[in-house]
Design a protein around this ligand. Structure first.
Ligand SMILES: NC(=O)N[C@@H](CC(=O)O)C(=O)O
Ligand SMILES: [Zn+2]
Ligand SMILES: [Zn+2]
Length: 425
């Protein structure tokens, strides 16, 4: 099967836009340059007239809710949502029911993935049984069953001892520990960042140290054990500084940041509504600045969405009642492009890198680049198209505070292994 993507552009490492075609043969990238479809016999020619031909994005942090919470999302709807956001490889979190904490439970998820996924999905196994801190999973068996990495995302590992033993075992197996860092003894029922805004809205606050103190603990344990330690959704300036210092000390730590923490801060919370509630919460303007600086100086390694679907009923209530989390797959690129590339804070090359090659490099994934001989995992983007984010998504849920915003940069088509998995209607 020979397919040609014609008349597109790519962006060079120097951030120059150059015209190009891309030739796909049997699911692999066979050539990047100019190809004459009068001379070469293509089964199909996709006219990309001026669209950016980008490597399919890689999202190391999504919640697909199946099995257990199919009313929020399923592997079918979540992966379609990812595809329509330009993602071709995603890593799915284990806060499911049952939790993939045994080989049997893990294989159940793998079977649904094999049946229903429209993009490549790597499934995380949990660190502990049922995400409760006491008992570790069988790391070796879950690795053999195909676990991508270990995490308890949704909750933090509450004791240093459990985290230490988990890291020791993961290090032995050369597997990463991925951490949602949250010390529950420092939570005090908080629902948004503890600061001026939480006082104004009279809502219980979450202090920054709830996150950063556990990152400090874990960096020291990562040094002790030599494990690859990856921090989820970094949100505070203290977290960035701790990770910066840990990297300077040669500790194998990497981390991700979410578009919403880069774009918004606590002042965006106009009133007490569940759509502004996510974990970690929108922090202060200083924190937001530190996240941007952290990306620019390499302290923060990549962008991940933390796509966290919840039903309308669940989110349409006070922050004190609504669950934490917002969706992110379908809006990530356009939001980053609009807020950071159009404003010359980041280059297009940087944003693409942080959404594709960088996350793939962190976890040694064979993804995230346009390379001859590699899988044709590709997204085509119209960089000139403005559109309004509406409440209609491929995801089952529409819990995002970005509804109503006009953005630039629309995903047109996504291919996985050279096959079209999503096209804009
Ligand atoms: N981010 C969130 O606010 N919520 C996530 C859990 C998590 O990522 O911690 C969820 O599963 O809903
Ligand atoms: Zn989390
Ligand atoms: Zn998450």
């Amino acid at each position: 099967m020979n397919r040609l993507i014609k008349n597109g552009v790519t962006v060079t490492p120097q951030n120059e836009i150059v015209k190009t075609d891309l030739w796909i043969k049997d699911g692999l990238i066979n050539g990047i340059g100019y190809f004459d479809d009068n001379l070469i016999n293509f089964d199909e020619v996709i006219d990309a007239h001026g669209y950016l031909i980008a490597p399919g994005f890689v999202d190391v942090h999504v919640h697909f809710r199946e099995p257990g919470f199919e009313y929020k999302e399923t592997i079918a709807t979540g992966s379609l949502s990812a595809a329509s956001g330009g993602f071709t490889t995603v890593c799915a979190m284990p806060n499911l029911n049952p939790v993939p904490d045994t080989v049997e439970n893990f294989e159940k998820v793998q079977q649904i993935i094999a049946r229903d996924a429209s993009v490549k999905i790597l499934q995380y196994a949990s660190i502990t049984k049922d995400l409760k801190t006491e008992e570790l999973v069988d790391f070796e068996a879950l690795k053999k069953a195909g676990a991508f990495a270990f995490t308890n995302d949704g909750v933090g590992v509450q004791t240093a001892g459990a985290m230490y033993l988990a890291m020791k075992e993961a290090a032995r197996l050369k597997m990463p520990i991925v951490a949602h860092t949250e010390d529950e003894s420092l939570l005090f029922g908080g629902v948004m960042h503890l600061g001026e805004k939480s006082k104004e809205l009279n809502l219980p606050g979450i202090m920054s140290a709830t996150e950063s103190s556990q990152i400090a603990r874990d960096c020291l344990l990562a040094q002790e054990t030599g494990v690859h330690y990856h921090v989820c959704h970094v949100s505070t300036k203290e977290s960035v500084e701790i990770i910066r210092q840990a990297k300077r000390h040669g500790i194998h730590v990497t981390c991700e940041v979410c578009p919403h923490h880069l774009i918004l801060n606590e002042t965006a919370i106009t009133h007490d509504h569940g759509s502004f509630k996510m974990n970690p919460p929108l922090r202060s303007m200083e924190d937001q600045k530190a996240l941007i600086e952290g990306l620019l100086d390499g302290t923060i390694d990549c962008i991940a969405t933390d796509h966290a679907p919840h039903s309308h009923e669940e989110k349409n209530q006070s922050m004190c009642q609504a669950p934490f989390g917002i969706i992110g797959s379908e809006t990530a690129f356009a939001l980053m492009y609009t807020h950071f590339v159009k404003t010359n804070i980041f280059t297009l090359t940087q944003v693409i890198h942080w959404m594709s090659e960088a996350p793939a490099e962190i976890f040694n994934l064979d993804a995230g680049t346009l390379t001859i001989g590699k899988s044709a995992d590709i997204t085509l983007i119209n960089l000139d198209q403005n559109y309004e984010i509406t409440d209609s998504f491929n995801s089952k849920s529409n819990n995002t505070p970005f509804i109503g915003e006009t953005v630039t940069g629309e995903i047109q088509q996504t291919l996985v292994n050279g096959e079209i998995v999503w096209s804009k209607k």
